[in-house]
Each structure stands twice: as structure tokens, then as C-alpha cells.
Design a protein around this ligand. Structure first.
Ligand code: GUN
Ligand code: FE
Length: 457
């Protein structure tokens, strides 16, 4: 199916799914969504509404109606809130060692290569194309320490029409970062961040919330106290987005306690890095009082289930975080997580939650200490934290279909033979179709992608 259709100033007639609230899938049946010329949603009209027929007819007469064919379903664009763009070349490899070794053995040498502009251009272009093709309409990216290459990533996202939040990594700690890949000083970390913010703000093509800059201290071990203090002050002054890693595995969690005598969360908070636009990667080792800090600050847990299976030495108690009211968004964590697909991330989130609930060591009896009861989530929570949850985490009008939100949307074609979704008309009805989409969609099923009403795939 190829519409070659921008949706700005038009209407779409579609079946589909979204989740304005947790726990309940809103099944959209023959709804009409009209899009303003600025790419925001004007209204979502259901067949029961009195003006439905008339609006549909006039859009059709004016040639402004796009109709999805049978077997195609509209969902909100998927949002990936934790992507190491520069690690794309090692996706699917190098997962044989713990995080603290992985960084020095594989990851820093790879990231250092982004001093080469041509390498940055070709790698970032390929990544952004692949993510769009997989239905990811918004990504929050870590780039590298390089100013030029980070700007290139921002340019490429704007050029290709993917909504993006981009951070130039700050890492200056001599004890933890190699000479060949380190900011020269705390000052260089802070100035580099500030320069990149200026670049994004002044970018002539940046409008409609398409591009934001993010304060990005890699994680506490990589940063000096002076850098963390300076970045915290900058964050407060600019009310900026922040991304970093927090209590990811035992090593990181204990490193921060050894260095500061307090937890990762408490330390980040002390430096002024936790706010409502702060997204903290991983977080499985948060203490109960850390969680209270997250709640108080409105800070988000970036859940990276697949990556956690390799590096975190535990499973995030996701459901309990959601039930406490902590903001949670889902992410791939390329390349700690060896898949760029948010569908894989959703499946991993579900599977990990099931393993947490039952436990996984058969040497323990179920009723002893094999699992944590009431930990499971299902496809609804997985989809929710990939769309609405991530929209809230990023404080952007995206994630579901409602007036004033951007028309960031994906068409799932369940009929393509080369795809992997198989439906039976009489068996698959209601939100069960969404369940099958979450569990079985692959790249050929992503037929159309819009961001802000512009078709980008
Ligand atoms: N902690 C610090 N850097 C990284 C990284 O690149 N990936 C992951 N998963 N954790 C980190
Ligand atoms: Fe990460």
C-alpha cells in the first residue's frame, strides 16, 4: 500500500488502537481523524457522532479523505526513549561481558570513531531510516562526545522527518574514561552541552517540537563532580531535558554508593539532574526511598527490558512502578539491547515481567522464593508505555490521538505475505488484534509512517 499522502489538511478513515489511559485499549472502529495544516489533530470523530456522516462526505467530495483498506490498522507512532545512536554498528554483537568491561572493550572504541564525520553521516542515516521503517516516530538519542557528529545526527533526524531528542554525551572522569574518548575537562563537558543546545535552538529547520537537545551525562561513573554540578546548574537554568543511566546493574549501583555514600538516585537529585523532563535509563536497583524521589520529581524510568537481560543483573519491577504512579517509558537501548524494534522491546517487557512473577530458578520451590507475585504485565501495559507513557515522559503532545496532539501515526498492514501477522476474521476481534500486532509485527507490516502529518515512510 502506498498513499504517497501527507495528512496535513486532510482526514483519515481508519480502524485502529490507542490507549489514552492505562489498562484500557480504545478500539477505534471506522473513526475519522482530521489533521490541521500544521500537523496537529483537529478532531477524532466516531461514527456515533451526529456530524460524522456529513464531515466524511464533504472530505470525500473535496478529495481530502484517505481511507485505510481492510486489514490495515492505525496506531500512534512508537516512541523509543533510550537509544545509543552511535552503537548501531555493534547491534547484535559484543554482549559477552558485563557492562563495565563492555564499555571499555567494545563501546568506547566504537563511539570514538564518530570523530570521523563520514562515518557519523552514513551510520546515523542508516539508523534513522531503519527506525522509521520499524514504526519509531520519536527517538531520544545518545550520540557521542563529538560536537560535529552530534549535530549531524540532529540534522539527519530533521531532514528525514523523525521527531528526536538528541544529547551530546558528557564524560570527563579520568578514572573511568580512556584518554582517547573523554571530554578534556569538566568545563569542556559543560560548554559542549551548552554549544549543542545553542545549535538546536538556532536551527532554521527546527519547528513543531521536531528536535530537542538533552543534557546527557553518560552516567555518574563517567563524570567528575564538577561536570555533574555544572550540568545540574545548566539543567535548572534551561529547564532542560536530561538523560542518563541510573542504578542499572550492581556495579554501577555500588560504585555510586562507594563514591558518594548515597544511592545513584540521591546523588543525581543532589546534582539537580532529576526533574519532570529527566529520563533515567534502566533503574532496576532503585530502593523504595529512591522511588519516592522519582515520584516527587516527576522523573521517568526508561525501561530497557532486553538490555537489562544482559547488563542489569535483575528485572525492573515494572508493574509495581506503574502502580505506584511513577512515570515509565519503554526503550530498546540499542546496542545493550540487540534489537532496534519497539515491538521486540514490548515483547521483552512482557516476558521479563512474567519471569519476575514466576521466578526462574527451578531449584527453588514456587512457594518459597522463586518469584515476585503480581509482577506480570500484558500487551496493554507494554503498548501503553511505548506510546502514551513515553509521550508523557517526554512532555510532548504525542502518544495517542486527541485534539491538539501531533498526528504521529503508523499503519500496520496485517495482510502482507512477507510480514508475520496472521489474523482470522472470525477469531481475531477487538483488542486481540492489537495483541497480535504487539507479539508478531515485523518490518514488512509497517506500511506507512507519519510524523506531524507528514508521510516519512
Ligand atoms: N552505562 C553507561 N553507558 C552505557 C551504555 O552505553 N549502555 C548501557 N546499557 N549502559 C550504560
Ligand atoms: Fe543505555
Amino acid at each position: 500500500m502506498n498513499f504517497n499522502n501527507h495528512m496535513r489538511g486532510k482526514m483519515i478513515l481508519a480502524n485502529g488502537f490507542h490507549m489514552p489511559t492505562r489498562n484500557k485499549v480504545d478500539v477505534l472502529k471506522n473513526v475519522v481523524i482530521s489533521v490541521e495544516t500544521d500537523g496537529r489533530i483537529k478532531e477524532l470523530i466516531r461514527p456515533e457522532e451526529p456530524t460524522y456522516k456529513e464531515k466524511l462526505k464533504s472530505a470525500e467530495n473535496e478529495g481530502k479523505l484517505v481511507k485505510l483498506p481492510k486489514g490495515s490498522f492505525l496506531i500512534p507512532g512508537l516512541i523509543d526513549n533510550h537509544v545509543h545512536a552511535s552503537q548501531y554498528p555493534q547491534l547484535g554483537q559484543a554482549l559477552d561481558v558485563p557492562l563495565e568491561i563492555w564499555l571499555n572493550k567494545y563501546t568506547f572504541p566504537l563511539e570514538a570513531r564518530f570523530a570521523d564525520i563520514d562515518f557519523a553521516k552514513s551510520t546515523y542515516s542508516l539508523l534513522v531510516d531503519d527506525l522509521i521503517s520499524m514504526g519509531t516516530t520519536t527517538s531520544m538519542y545518545y550520540a557521542t562526545i563529538h560536537q560535529d557528529a552530534t549535530r549531524i545526527l540532529a540534522d539527519i533526524c530533521l531532514e528525514k522527518g523523525q521527531r528526536a531528542l538528541v544529547g551530546k554525551i558528557a564524560m570527563d572522569n579520568r578514572d573511568q574514561c580512556p584518554d582517547y574518548y573523554r571530554d578534556k575537562s569538566a568545563d569542556a563537558s559543560i560548554r559542549g552541552t551548552s554549544d549543542f543546545f545553542d545549535y538546536v535552538k538556532a536551527h532554521p529547520d527546527n519547528k513543531d517540537d521536531m528536535l530537542n537537545a538533552v543534557v546527557t551525562p553518560r552516567f555518574i561513573p563517567s563524570c567528575s563532580d564538577a561536570a555533574l554540578e555544572g550540568l545540574g546548574a545548566f539543567t535548572r537554568e534551561k529547564k532542560a531535558y536530561v538523560q542518563t543511566h541510573c542504578s542499572e546493574g550492581d556495579w554501577e549501583h555500588n560504585y555510586v554508593i562507594d563514591r558518594f555514600g548515597i544511592t545513584d538516585t540521591e546523588a543525581l537529585d543532589k546534582f539537580g539532574l532529576l526533574g519532570r523532563k529527566s529520563l533515567m535509563g534502566h533503574c532496576p536497583h532503585l530502593t523504595e526511598s529512591d522511588k519516592e524521589i522519582f515520584l516527587k520529581r516527576g522523573t521517568t524510568i526508561s525501561h530497557c527490558p532486553l538490555s537489562n537481560s544482559y547488563f542489569a543483573s535483575s528485572v525492573l519491577p515494572l508493574r509495581s512502578a506503574l502502580e505506584k504512579g511513577i512515570k515509565v517509558g519503554l526503550a530498546t537501548d540499542i546496542s545493550g539491547g540487540p534489537s532496534y524494534s519497539m515491538f521486540e522491546a514490548m515483547k521483552s517487557a512482557i516476558a521479563c515481567s512474567r519471569m519476575l512473577e514466576t521466578g526462574n530458578n527451578p531449584y527453588f520451590l514456587p512457594e518459597e522464593r522463586r518469584g515476585c507475585p503480581d509482577s506480570r504485565i500484558d500487551f496493554r501495559d507494554a503498548f501503553y508505555i511505548s506510546t502514551t507513557g513515553n509521550g508523557e515522559a517526554l512532555d510532548l503532545p504525542i502518544g495517542y490521538f486527541t485534539k491538539g496532539f501531533y498526528f504521529d501515526a503508523v499503519v500496520i498492514d496485517t495482510t502482507v505475505k512477507s510480514g508475520s501477522i496472521r489474523l482470522w476474521d472470525d477469531l481475531d476481534i477487538g483488542d486481540n488484534i492489537l495483541q497480535k500486532i504487539v507479539y508478531t509485527a515485523t518490518r514488512p507490516n509497517i506500511s506507512t509512517v507519519w510524523v506531524g502529518g507528514k508521510q516519512i515512510h
